[in-house]
Every structure is written in C-alpha cells, then in structure tokens.
Design a protein around this ligand. Structure first.
Ligand SMILES: NC(=O)c1ccc[n+]([C@@H]2O[C@H](COP(=O)([O-])OP(=O)(O)OC[C@H]3O[C@@H](n4cnc5c(N)ncnc54)[C@H](O)[C@@H]3O)[C@@H](O)[C@H]2O)c1
Length: 252
C-alpha cells in the first residue's frame, strides 16, 4: 500500500547515504515528500537521491558534515533553496565506536558527542528558522542505548541520552509555534553500523549476557523508516517531546 501522507512536504534527511537514513529518505519520498538527501558521504547521498528519482519520486542531494555548524547552515540553505522551503527534518546521521572505557582513546568520546549529539543540535538550530516559516516536524534518532546501559559504549549511550533531552527541550520550547520534535529509540537494526558484529577485544561475557538475551530479534531499516514517516505526518499531530522505543521487545 502506498500512502500519500507527505504529499507536498519538503524533507531534509541526514545520514541518507546508508542504513536507516537511506531507508527513511526512500520512505518519505514514497509517501509524496520531496527529499534532500544529506550525508558526509556525498556520493552515497547522491545514490539515494538517484534511487528516489528512478522510482518516480523527487530528490536532491548534497554533502553535510553534521558536526560542523557552518556546514549544517549552508546545507540547510541549499536544501531549502532546491526544495523551495522546508517542512521536515530527520536527523539520522550517527556513529558507533565501541571500546573499553579505559583503553579507548579519549578523543572517541568527543567525536561521538560531536556527531551524534552536537550534530543533531546543529541541524535543529540550522533548520528551525525555515521550519518556523510554515510549521513542521523534526524526528531525531536516539537509541535504546539512551535508556539502557550498554557495556563498552559509554560515549554512544551518553550521546543518545543527550538526544532524548535535546528533543524534549526543543519540543517544549516550540510546542506553541507549530513545530513538533520527537525522537526514536531503536533496538538492534541490521545496517552497516551493526553488520561488523561487536568489535571489542575480549569483552566480559557476563556483561554482554546482560544485553544479549534482551535482543530477541534484529530490525530492518525499513521498520524504523516507517516510524519516522508516521512522526513526520499529520497523523502524529498530537505527538511532541516523545521518545519512542521500537526494538522487538529489547526493553520490554
Ligand atoms: N543500526 C542500529 O542498530 C541502530 C540502533 C539504534 C540507533 N541507531 C541510530 O540510527 C542512525 C543511523 O544508523 P545506521 O545503523 O543506519 O548507520 P549507518 O552507518 O548505516 O549510517 C550512518 C550514516 O551517517 C553518516 N554520517 C556519519 N558521520 C556523519 C557526519 N559527521 N555528518 C553527516 N553524516 C554522517 C554516515 O556516512 C552514514 O551514511 C544513527 O544515528 C544510529 O546511532 C542505529
């Protein structure tokens, strides 16, 4: 079934070169949105835009480094210019760098925060003036790791918990100005981020066992994209400030 909940909407999706971001760009376009596919991987973003074009949708693409506020501001200008405005922002770009807290270089913490948390803030800050012109919606990508201690992932867990706090703050600040801000907390999803397994040397089996039984199944990028599309649509008009788990029962 093809729904047309987003006809006429103009969407910017970060992380659109791969995984959940790519699936989100394709899904929003399939529901009628015109989509600006953004990623630090410009070629990958272009390929997603071409796939949308090939299936009859409308898409543009460009490079944005979400960790760089200037790049975000410039990218939002380009996106709004090419789409003739902006109604939706999906902040999907992110990184995962597991490691032993005492062994991993401390710079990994800053890097993870700069992309996952500051990057989400940078994009919201850059896009809000455009969204305020006619109202709109922001969907941020947090994680089940925002709500659950995952060993060997201090930076990632901290960054995603920050995304939940950022989402709630912006939702309350802009609730009366027709901007809805929600975030999604997925469990394990099969993407390039997770396909390499769990790249930590000599993990403590007891610690890992705390998490493993709680992961009854792994999701598909399309499962998460469907929730982004719902939150972006008017059907979610009464939802703002929510952090929604979608995890196959991981946190149940
Ligand atoms: N895969 C999972 O199990 C899972 C679970 C929960 C949350 N998430 C979150 O979902 C989002 C997407 O993850 P994915 O699994 O699709 O990963 P992915 O690695 O397939 O895609 C991430 C994308 O982000 C882009 N990116 C990285 N740094 C960037 C930067 N500085 N500026 C712009 N783009 C940048 C990458 O180039 C890539 O295209 C991430 O925020 C991730 O933390 C993933």
């Amino acid at each position: 079934m093809t729904m047309e909940r987003l006809t006429g909407r103009r969407a910017l999706v970060t992380g659109a070169a791969s995984g959940i971001g790519r699936a989100t760009a394709l899904r929003l376009a399939s529901e009628g949105a015109s989509v600006f596919c953004a990623d630090i991987d410009a070629l990958g973003a272009e390929q997603t835009a071409k796939a949308i074009d090939a299936s009859g949708g409308k898409a543009k693409s460009g490079a944005i480094d979400v960790a760089d506020l200037g790049s975000c501001e410039e990218g939002v200008e380009r996106a709004a210019g090419s789409l003739d405005g902006l109604d939706l922002l999906a902040n999907i770009a992110g990184i995962l760098r597991p490691g032993h807290t005492l062994e991993q270089d401390a710079s990994v913490f800053d890097l993870t925060i700069s992309i996952n948390l500051t990057g989400t803030f940078n994009m919201c800050r850059s896009a809000l003036p455009k969204l305020l012109e006619g109202g709109g919606a922001i969907v941020n990508m947090a994680s089940a790791a925002a709500l659950q201690g995952v060993p060997y992932n201090a930076a990632y867990c901290a960054s995603k918990a920050g995304v939940v706090g950022l989402t709630r703050s912006l939702a309350s600040e802009y609730a009366r100005r027709e901007i809805r801000v929600n975030c999604i907390c997925p469990g394990g999803v099969m993407t390039p981020m997770t396909q390499s397994g769990f790249p930590v040397e000599a993990p403590d089996a007891n610690l890992m066992a705390r998490i493993a039984p709680q992961m009854p199944k792994i999701g598909k990028p399309e499962d998460i994209a469907a929730l982004v599309a719902y939150l972006a649509s008017d059907e979610a008009g009464y939802m703002t400030g929510s952090a929604i788990t979608i995890d196959g029962g991981q946190l149940a």
